[in-house]
Design a binder for this molecule. Structure first.
Ligand code: FES
Length: 616
């Protein structure tokens, strides 16, 4: 194993172990942080500045010029140009973070941008007298600017008199759009919280957000408990179809997961979930149907239509989500049966619909959804890429968690990096891409995906690599870690069947891209930028992904990682009413292309299954 270093990113305190020579930008993405890299890591935009506060501080005259002498002396360096050669502590400032910046920028540029649905108004009113016998509700409403237009629901009327008197008529009204949802004693205006969720087929990520600033205060995630009924959306839909209580089970599983995450988010602040006033969710169409308890069954039958497309605003308590009793939940709108609110959120967060240039966004998750276009037009599709790159259906596949091999290099022998710097137990998606790419480069895998053995192996292959090509019951394998190296005493390897599974997944994604381009009558060169979204997309090494044809052959600097853009979009829809309206427009603007049964997709798919020539 190559030498590795411990890198701590502040202020979160996230720690990763990376191989010697890893770029700070790569290490940051491994830590789940999305550093903005507008020039694609070429070192010319100067936007990816981070501050190295401990560890080797490399000298570079170009960086000094790009960053400015003052910041340079304070330890600032470009994340895309600086390699890690020792243990380090690195601060990633807010202005270098992709979506923090977007929210801040919008806040500065558009006065209405950080403008959530929920607001608070502190009121100090005089108690009633014989001369002023206005009722308590009117007393409240008249103290709020434009309060006469607000609704006061029955639950509020039941409490308002006591709250007013117990707090000497000094209260805070909590207003959601045109309704007063609560009256709190005293001045609580400094505390206005919401939560945004990315509800993935495999992983659910929630974040606690300060609705006054848009700032992300805490993040927590869980595996979607619905995975017990299958790893893709079709098996979940099937579960609701064949079991009378299937829909109820899956709905309560996801709601339970959301509630657990909410509890975790507020725990550190020592407050109750009832202090959260609104939640937004971005999920694929099936996930949103299940969350709301709406039967998804016709999504799985041609012509694959859902029950609803528009965003849904419901009282959170009505579907079992525990926040403030009058708090609302807004599920982002869908585009079609297999392109949902998570894709809308990606388009929203990346600002694609505001651009003149044509961009391609690919959200690499359990499915591969993609959108191509600009402010003029947009087309989308979903490829049944399957969860292979999330580790499913791969012999030693696993998610990117402790013990997963996450990076592989091959020279005379194999070097790899393991998350958590522990003995390996499996291989995650990024390492699977690395492995295929490296095996292609050294000639162990041919262009059809066959693992070569014996005399078919290229002459001059280093002996240590040749020894790693072995057989198991199903055919040839390539061994990554012998049992002595592995955590559970079982050798770790990739099988011929694994390679086929990965070929299917990467072929589906590339074929989807080619079909969208054809639909738009465009060539690869017409794409200004590819935006790779999704937690997994964030960690992919572009060179490796292009080598196996997972990504199209365009210059690496035109491929940009945008991290968990679905979560970022859900947060934008939470903190900005303008963004929520934009999400609804995106859902109408993006045209959906159904790939099933399209002969051109099938042809592209057949071609994309093959590995391209290695020309580096
Ligand atoms: S300088 Fe542009 S991404 Fe680093």
């Amino acid at each position: 194993m190559k030498k590795s270093h411990r890198v701590v990113f502040q202020p979160e305190g996230r720690t990763v172990f990376v191989m010697d020579g890893t770029l700070v930008l790569e290490a940051a993405t491994e830590a789940g942080l999305t550093v903005d890299a507008p020039c694609g890591g070429r070192g010319v935009c100067g936007k990816c500045r981070v501050q190295i506060v401990q560890g080797d501080l490399p000298e570079s005259a170009e960086q000094k010029e790009r960053i400015g002498a003052e910041l340079y002396e304070q330890g600032y360096r470009l994340a895309c140009q600086t390699r890690i050669t020792s243990d380090m502590t690195i601060v990633v400032p807010r202005e270098s973070r992709l979506f923090e910046q977007k929210i801040l920028t919008e806040g500065a540029d558009r006065a209405t941008a950080v403008q959530p649905n929920v607001r608070k108004v502190h009121i100090e009113e005089a108690p009633p007298t014989l001369e002023d016998q206005a009722c308590d509700a009117d007393r409240l409403l008249r103290a709020i600017p434009n309060g006469e237009n607000l609704e006061a629901p029955i639950d509020l009327l039941r409490q308002v008199s006591d709250v007013l008197r117990e707090s000497s008529f000094s209260v805070t009204a909590v207003i959601n759009r045109d309704e007063i949802i609560a009256v709190e004693p005293g001045d609580t205006t400094s505390d206005l919280l919401g939560a945004a969720f990315d509800i993935g087929t495999t992983t659910v990520v929630g974040m606690l957000v300060d609705l006054r600033t848009g700032e992300r205060l805490a993040v927590a995630s869980r595996t979607n408990p619905q995975v017990q009924t299958g790893d893709d959306v079709i098996s979940r839909i099937e579960h609701t179809r064949v079991n009378a209580s299937g829909l109820r089970e899956l709905q309560s599983a996801i709601v339970g997961c959301v509630n657990d995450i909410l509890e975790e988010l507020v725990k550190e602040r020592g407050i109750s979930v009832e202090r959260i006033y609104e939640v937004t969710t971005a999920g694929n169409t099936t996930m949103t149907h299940l969350l709301l308890g709406v039967p998804p069954r016709y999504l799985a039958e041609a012509p694959y239509v859902g029950v609803f497309r528009k965003g849904c605003l419901v009282r959170a308590r009505d579907i079992g989500v525990r926040i403030h009793p009058q708090g609302k939940l807004y599920a982002l709108p869908n585009i079609a049966g297999f392109v949902g609110g998570d894709t809308v959120a990606v388009v929203l967060a990346t600002g694609m619909m505001q651009k003149d240039e044509v961009c391609l966004a690919i959200d690499v998750g359990t499915n591969g959804e993609m959108v191509l276009g600009s402010r003029e037009w947009m087309v989308s599709c979903s490829t049944a890429a399957g969860p292979a790159f999330e580790g499913a259906r791969i012999r030693f596949g696993m998610r990117a968690s402790q013990g997963a091999i996450e990076k592989i290099l091959i020279n005379d022998d194999v070097s790899y990096n393991v998350i958590g710097n522990v003995a390996p137990i499996g291989i995650c998606g990024t390492a699977l891409i690395d492995l295929l790419a490296e095996l292609r480069r050294v000639g162990v895998v041919d262009e059809t995906g066959r693992i070569l053995t014996g005399s078919d192996l290229p002459g001059g292959l280093p002996p240590r690599l040749a020894e790693r090509v072995q057989e198991d019951d199903d055919g040839p394998i390539f061994v990554l870690a012998e049992k002595e190296e592995a955590a559970n005493g079982r050798r770790i390897y990739i099988t011929q069947r694994d390679v086929r599974e990965l070929q299917l997944a990467k072929g589906a994604i590339l074929a989807g891209v080619m079909t969208l381009l054809k639909e738009a009558n465009m060539e690869l060169d017409d794409i200004h930028e590819i935006l790779l979204a999704g937690a997994f997309g964030n960690f992919i090494r572009r060179k490796m992904a292009k080598r196996i044809g997972f990504l199209p052959q365009i210059p690496s600097e035109r491929i940009r990682f945008v991290g968990n853009a679905a979560g970022a979009g859900a947060r934008l829809a939470l903190v900005s009413r303008a963004c929520r309206d934009e999400a609804e427009r995106i859902s109408r603007h993006v045209k959906y292309i159904e790939l099933a049964g399209r002969p051109d997709f099938q042809i592209f798919f057949g071609e994309a299954m093959m590995f391209p020539e290695v020309v580096e």
